[in-house]
Design a protein around this ligand. Structure first.
Ligand code: NAP
Length: 304
């Protein structure tokens, strides 16, 4: 068997067209759809993500606001900035870009975001609603996994779904979203691996969702014949030649490439469906964030 590779870029394109239509309709009614990022200081990862969000907003015709206080800004002042964004009509959604400097607690910033502008479901109240199966903003990456499964017409009820990774922003919400749809969910993590039990759980899964951030963690021995494999992981690894030596670029530095957590070539031969990396879940994640932003704009305009 060779798995069908799911064309997540095509799904993202479809979503983009649908969302652009919705954004245009809202604009025609005089409603601005907008995202504000809140970044304190100059963390490299946060800066990269901020750039992506700005570019993506421009592509989608969405207003972008960059709240970027200096690293020495007090927690109280950052909270005040977030509260101003809560009242800003051009801002439908607020995205805190972590990590924050040590003197600023995630808790203080996240808890000051208006519940109806919490587009990546950071606020504990919204996370509580998600857990209870109530309507809220599902976090973007978990929502992207569900979108892929929906488009593949997965019958969640009774499906054996195993999730590898239990982070608060990826693994845990994926488990909750699947459980809310009455799947039999198994959540595995580093202690499952350390106890030598990872394979025991992954090999019974009809659907395996992997979000561990460990290149090559999942091999063909970890999966059931015909499983549907969703690889959330994003890892930068060195490109190796046939002898296992690093391939160098024109500057004499090791070439690198992006891979997932799943050993794609071997797993593809045993699975029935698989998402690639790059061009997989990540391609859809931005669209899910935009979907939440459009939903937020509608809620704030009393259209929902
Ligand atoms: P994270 O916070 O580092 O969480 C990783 C999870 O995997 C933790 O629960 C960890 O367990 C578990 N884990 C680590 N090694 C393991 C092992 N050997 N066996 C089983 N479980 C293991 O990372 P994250 O933010 O959830 O992200 C996970 C991956 O998804 C990363 O590669 C990230 O870059 C990627 N990602 C992709 C997207 C996208 O849009 N495609 C979005 C966000 C993240 P412990 O906590 O117990 O150590």
């Amino acid at each position: 068997m060779s798995a069908r590779v799911i064309d997540c870029v095509a799904i993202a394109e479809e979503l983009k067209v649908e969302l652009k239509k919705e954004i245009n309709k809202l604009n025609a009614k005089g409603i601005t759809v907008g995202i504000a990022t809140v970044m304190v200081g100059d963390d490299f990862g946060a800066r990269m993500y901020r750039g992506q969000v700005e570019k993506f907003c421009n592509e989608m015709g969405v207003e972008y606001t960059d709240a970027h206080p200096q690293v020495e800004t007090t927690e109280e002042d950052v909270v005040r900035i977030v509260k101003e964004l809560n009242f800003n009509k051009k801002v439908s959604g607020i995205l805190p870009l972590r990590p924050f400097p040590e003197h600023i607690s995630d808790y203080a910033i996240i808890n000051s975001i208006d519940l109806n502008k919490d587009i990546d479901c950071f606020h504990p109240f919204n996370m509580g609603k998600l857990t209870l199966g109530e309507i809220t903003f599902a976090p973007a990456t978990p929502a992207a996994c569900i979108e892929i499964m929906d488009r593949e017409r997965v019958n969640f009820e009774g499906a054996e779904i195993c999730i590898v990774g239990h982070s608060n922003i990826v693994g845990k919400p994926i488990s909750i979203l699947c459980l809310n749809r009455n799947s039999t969910t198994t959540t595995t993590h580093i202690f499952t691996s350390m106890a030598g039990n990872l394979e025991k759980h992954t090999t019974v899964a009809d659907i395996l969702v992997v979000a561990a951030g460990k290149a090559g963690l999942i091999t063909k021995d970890h999966i059931k014949e015909g499983a549907f494999v969703i690889d959330v992981g994003i890892n930068r690894v060195k490109v190796l030649d046939e002898n296992g030596n690093p391939v160098l670029n024109e500057k004499g530095k090791p070439k690198t490439k992006t891979v997932g957590d799943v050993e794609f070539d071997s797993v593809k031969e045993k699975a029935s469906k698989i998402t690639p990396v790059p061009g997989g879940v990540g391609a859809i994640t931005n669209m899910m964030l935009m979907k939440n932003t459009v939903k937020a704009a509608k809620i704030q305009s009393k259209l929902l």
